[in-house]
Design a protein around this ligand. Structure first.
Ligand code: BEZ
Ligand code: FE
Length: 290
């Protein structure tokens, strides 16, 4: 191992050198621990090759590999250490689209009206409790059968079950949608085979994805998970945090339904989102303005 580390040049980027040194050291430690046969080593190479071959513009098998090994959540937790009162982050997942369609408060994101009526509503607040008017809330989810629009082109309408909302003067948002269901991550590739070989299921509990951001606050990438969903205690990508679980409340009252522009009965999920203010840079620090 030392001979490999010693071969790294000195006139290189210090971070690159640190990362490669650590990679070589851990990789050699791993190989020494498991002592693979030549065939096992080849199997590992074949697995990584298959992961690469599975990748397309719409399928990122390496990210999925990272997800099921808990690495994506580890990277998330390293990069999102924050105030306990702020909403926790969780995994982004592969089904976010950069150009979520802007919609009006109360619009439906269910373009094919296929599923059980649901309203997601809440307030975006700063950690001191101040409502954040004009905050952006980007929402996306799978349909009642567990598929995202991008997985079913030609079956679901484009931009089905996604939308970008702007909070009102009290920081409130509300969205009409359908009740999400648990679903399997794409498991028809090498990562699915790895799950099977290691006795694991591919499922995620029912959830709705949210990215919320507001001026002078750190954005959060998160989910709201539905209380009582199967797989809350065994999410295959380890994304569940207790603080993100909310009740999906059946509502029969027609007056409450009318407030949200739906007809009773429907399911109400309330999810407030608390954002942490950006730290104010000290004078003389880069980025400080006077
Ligand atoms: C998702 O929640 O959309 C997701 C996250 C990780 C892997 C696959 C799907
Ligand atoms: Fe998801």
């Amino acid at each position: 191992m030392d001979v490999v580390i010693d071969s790294l040049g000195n006139a290189v980027d210090a971070r690159v050198k640190q990362v490669v040194t650590s990679l070589v050291s851990h990789l050699h430690g791993f190989i020494k621990e498991i002592e693979p046969t030549q065939e096992e080593w080849q199997k590992g190479i074949d697995f990584l090759t298959a992961v690469g071959h599975m990748c397309t513009d719409t399928r990122q098998e390496f990210v999925l590999f990272s997800d099921v090994l808990g690495v994506s959540m580890l990277v998330d937790s390293i990069n999102n250490r924050k105030d306990e009162t702020a909403t926790s982050s969780t995994i982004l997942g592969p089904f976010h689209t950069a150009d979520s369609p802007p919609r009006e408060l109360g619009d439906t994101i269910s373009l094919d009206d296929n599923g059980d009526a649901c309203v997601l509503a809440g307030q975006v607040l700063s950690t001191d409790g101040a409502p954040l008017a004009g905050a952006l809330v980007d929402i996306w989810q799978a349909n009642g059968e567990g598929f995202y629009d991008v997985q079913q082109p030609g079956v679901q309408p484009e931009n089905n079950l996604r939308g970008l909302f702007t909070t009102d003067h009290e920081g409130r948002y509300w969205v009409r949608t359908v009740v999400p269901r648990y679903y399997p991550i794409p498991d028809d590739g090498p990562v699915g085979s790895l799950l099977t070989a290691t006795g694991r299921h591919p499922n995620r509990p029912a959830h709705i994805h949210v990215i919320a951001g507001a001026a002078e606050h750190r954005p959060v990438t998160t989910h709201v998970f539905l209380e009582g969903s199967p797989y809350l205690d065994s999410d295959t990508v380890f994304g569940v945090k207790q603080s993100l679980i909310r009740a999906a409340v059946p509502v029969d009252d027609p007056e409450v339904a009318a407030q949200y522009g739906v007809t009773a009965p429907f399911t109400l999920i309330e999810f407030d989102i608390v954002l942490e203010p950006h730290e104010v840079p000290e004078p003389h620090e880069p980025g400080a303005t006077r």
